[in-house]
Design a protein around this ligand. Structure first.
Ligand SMILES: Cc1ncc(COP(=O)(O)O)c(C=O)c1O
Length: 395
């Protein structure tokens, strides 16, 4: 599998354990980007010449691929954004601003990435609504029951936590939220290339993910929104492409998804995202998930036997990542020494300071897996880690 990713041909020694931050790209994704810029480059939507019509067709093909990936009912439910962060901000600034009134409640969780906290803080302040959160227990599971109230208007949470790995129970939360008329926004950044997602079965109202964590390019992400909801929402940005008719006094808007895609879009990245989704489709999400879960099991077992090492998040169902801390050893030191051995891991606050603080930490280490990782790499990582810990402790 590694030979399908050019980075590993150029950087042969690399053991890359940071796919939760961003994944490497298979050759076909690089080829799709290069080929678009070198041979097929044109803008979309606005003109009649053939290169532009072709680019528009390819741009729309990706939308259909995303629809299939999420099993959305309509292609109009797929909005291209710059990434998960952009998608979550869009929901907060458009849907949030439209419906929130003073005293209404937005409910998030303690395990959110900053991009699913800060936009809600901002809109809560702006609309004088109240931001509340569901707690997390010692195993890293969400204690969600009893927090949705008749005042709850929006419930937003990660499908999979980027720190704890916990897979949250979307369906149960959706059912409870819908009982009080609240909408559910799912941050799927850590789920989209790791497990099957069916937005119709889950019945969530919005679902966001980033292309660059799914073997695709940076700069492109997706917001899925139920058709009726998107149609009811105002745009957040004004400009080209999102309008129907403009006079000097007034503008009428396009229907979704174009209403939310103002300006010349990230055409090349959108087109190359299709190659990434085709790659995932060719391998199969079941195969990807089985492989990553095997690595997760091996790494969890090996790390658990290291004295003084604490794994954050031990929920029974986890995405393919492990965050950990080591007594008496600083995460930055460990990550630096591992880097000298060409092993890339994440260290720091993982853009989720509140959940790290709940576990009494300001900083931790995380390893995360993609389709290109191997059991042998886990062995080499654990062995290097053990040696680094011994030398740092004796130092
Ligand atoms: C759970 C989660 N949500 C949101 C994001 C933000 O994604 P992006 O930076 O691609 O917008 C990340 C990225 O690490 C994440 O892990």
């Amino acid at each position: 599998m590694k030979n399908r990713f050019p980075i590993f041909l150029h950087h042969k020694e690399l053991i890359y354990l940071d796919s939760a931050a961003t994944t490497h790209k298979p050759q076909e994704v690089v080829d799709a980007l290069v080929s678009f810029y070198a041979k097929e480059y044109a803008t979309v939507h606005r003109t009649i010449y053939r290169d532009s019509l072709k680019a528009t067709e390819k741009y729309n093909d990706t939308r259909e691929s995303v629809r299939k990936l999420l099993n959305a009912a309509h292609v109009e439910e797929i909005v291209f954004t710059r990434g998960t962060t952009d998608a979550l901000n869009l929901v907060a600034q458009s849907y949030g601003k439209m419906i929130l009134e003073p005293g209404d409640e937005i409910l998030i969780t303690q395990m959110e990435h900053h991009s699913n906290i800060v936009p809600w803080q901002m809109i809560a302040q702006e609309t004088q609504s109240i931001l509340r959160w569901m707690p997390v227990n010692e195993q890293g599971e969400l204690e969600w029951q009893g927090y949705i109230t008749p005042r709850t208007k929006i419930v937003a949470f990660a499908h999979v936590s980027n720190v704890l790995g916990t897979v949250n129970p979307i369906l149960e939360i959706v059912q409870e939220a819908h009982r009080v008329g609240a909408v559910v926004v799912v941050d799927g950044a850590q789920a989209a290339s790791h497990m099957q997602i069916d937005v119709q079965a889950l019945d969530c109202d919005f679902y966001a993910f980033s292309g660059h964590k799914c073997y695709g390019p940076t700069g492109v992400g997706v917001l899925y929104g139920k058709k009726a909801l998107l149609e009811s929402m105002p745009p957040v940005q004004g400009g080209g492409d999102m309008i129907e008719r403009v006079t000097m006094e007034h503008t009428t808007y396009q229907k979704p998804p174009l209403r939310f895609e103002a300006g010349t879009p990230i055409i090349g990245s959108v087109i190359a995202l299709k190659s990434a989704l085709d790659f995932i489709g060719e391998i199969g999400l079941k195969t990807i998930s089985d492989h990553e879960q095997k690595l997760l099991g091996l790494a969890t077992e090996a790390l658990s036997s290291i004295p003084g090492l604490r794994i954050l998040g031990t929920a029974p169902e986890k995405g393919p990542l492990i965050t950990f801390s080591i007594e008496g050893v600083h995460p930055l030191d460990v990550a630096t020494f591992l880097d000298l051995q060409n092993i890339a891991i994440r260290s720091g606050h993982m853009c989720a300071q509140p959940i790290l603080r709940l576990f009494g930490l300001e900083s931790a280490m995380r390893i995360s897996f993609g389709i290109y990782n191997t059991p042998n790499e886990i062995d080499r990582f654990v062995s290097s880690l053990s040696k680094i810990i011994s030398s740092l402790r004796t130092y």
